[in-house]
Design a protein around this ligand. Structure first.
Ligand SMILES: [Zn+2]
Length: 200
């Protein structure tokens, strides 16, 4: 049913975002068998991997007066502060062991110490590209289907940017889980509706 011009974007299905991880998304591991099944129907699959240096500025530990989930002002605007997570080379940064998809590309993001990257397409200043948009265009892809973690952060921003770059975009919500800070999951659904992003 999926065409050769469709690509599945599997976002951040990593140990630290699953139960027992450092920034666990409730039920995060539950998406793994479903994503395996969905990926089987695609000819093209891309994985993203949150990949932070140990002293990444999105970590609350780098802001002495702040706690996790508070907001800090960065040079590019507001940034939610997180517990340390997905540090390069650690177990927490590895993909969930039961994720079995045949990915053509693994895109790492958030590797610059001074800036976070929720989206697979742009860093959190909303202007520095990761290169994924150009890659997809050059490969001739037309539709981006998003699944993974977390629905209301990295999936949301990736889907919105895919749409902004002109790709037909769909999010399969059953294959996502939310962090849900202050109504962020409802805000994501609302935004998808406003941006013409299909929610399956
Ligand atoms: Zn991160």
């Amino acid at each position: 049913m999926w065409k050769d011009t469709d690509v599945l974007l599997v976002i951040d299905v990593q140990n630290d975002f699953c139960p027992g991880g450092k920034l666990a998304v409730p039920g995060g591991d539950e998406v793994v068998p479903l994503i395996n099944r969905i990926a089987h129907g695609f000819r093209h699959v891309i994985l993203t991997q949150d990949w932070h240096p140990a002293e990444h500025k999105s970590f609350a530990a780098q802001h002495p007066a702040k706690n996790p989930f508070e907001i800090a002002m960065m040079h590019y605007g507001h940034q939610t502060l997180w517990p340390d997570h997905c540090v390069q080379g650690t177990h927490g940064a590895e993909f969930h062991k039961d994720l079995h998809v045949n990915a053509e590309l693994i895109l790492r993001k958030g590797f610059r110490e001074e800036i976070d990257s929720y989206s697979a397409f742009f860093e959190n200043d909303r202007t520095t590209p990761t290169g994924l948009g150009g890659y997809l265009r050059e490969r001739g892809f037309e539709k981006v289907v998003c699944v993974g973690l977390a629905f209301d952060y990295c999936v949301r921003f990736s889907a919105e940017d895919a749409r902004r770059l002109g790709f037909e975009t769909e999010v399969i919500e059953a294959a996502c889980r939310s962090i849900d800070l202050d109504g962020s999951a409802a805000a994501a659904r609302q935004s998808f509706q406003e941006h013409g992003i299909a929610l399956a």
